[in-house]
Design a protein around this ligand. Sequence first.
Ligand SMILES: C[S@@+](CC[C@H](N)C(=O)[O-])C[C@H]1O[C@@H](n2cnc3c(N)ncnc32)[C@H](O)[C@@H]1O
Length: 247
Amino acid sequence: MKEKKTDMIIGRNPVAEALKSGREMERILIQKGAGGSVGKILSLAKERGVILQYEEKEFLDRKAGGGRHQGVIAFVSAHEYAGVEDMLALAEKRGEPPFLIVLDELEDPHNLGAVMRTAECAGAHGVIISRRRAGGLTETVARTSAGAVEYLPCARVTNIPRTLEDLKKKGIWVYACDMDGETYWKQDLTGPVALVIGSEGRGISRLAREKCDFAVSIPMVGKITSLNASNAAAILMYEVRKQRDGK
Ligand SMILES: C[S@@+](CC[C@H](N)C(=O)[O-])C[C@H]1O[C@@H](n2cnc3c(N)ncnc32)[C@H](O)[C@@H]1O
């Protein structure tokens, strides 16, 4: 029989968001005596009939590999990745031009989590990551995203340049986010857009860059040569939001 894959979700906020999103949940470990916002998690879990298992702090520490669990750990079915088609369908359902983020082999799970969080808040329709380098939607990503992974479609693709080519064929304008580009507020980002963000060390690969229609840049006036990838992504995603909201 095929074994069902499970993931752990650690911490109050991510577990609460997973419960609210309706994600299939096997059980939740609760630290004995934990109070405060745990009450909300308990009522959400009871509403959904999720099994609650009360344990001592040391037990949760062992499971989480440390004390960062805030008294709550959930076991959920492994994350299912979306396809680019699901993102386009979501855009259509919302009656909006597609708004996608493509991460060209970002490596730091904290950056991926932060991008997922901002993308969800800014109303993007999905984040596309590379199967080759990115570690996927791990527990660290889920926690850093503050639960955004529960709501925002994420697709894993084997070849980013080919994916960019496919997006262009679907009428989406592909923007390389790069230090060497046109100042971002001078660009019209109101149409169907995919923002490509490069990796922490290498930036956007040459092959991916060649597939981009435009390059957008956030002006750099200090001595440091680039912004953190998730910060750059956040600025550009909110420029799309601002332009789309007509402000
Ligand atoms: C840490 S930077 C990569 C730096 C890398 N050493 C390079 O030279 O490309 C990670 C990514 O964040 C985005 N980024 C950082 N600063 C940016 C800026 N000023 N304008 C546009 N995108 C930027 C780009 O997508 C970049 O590839």
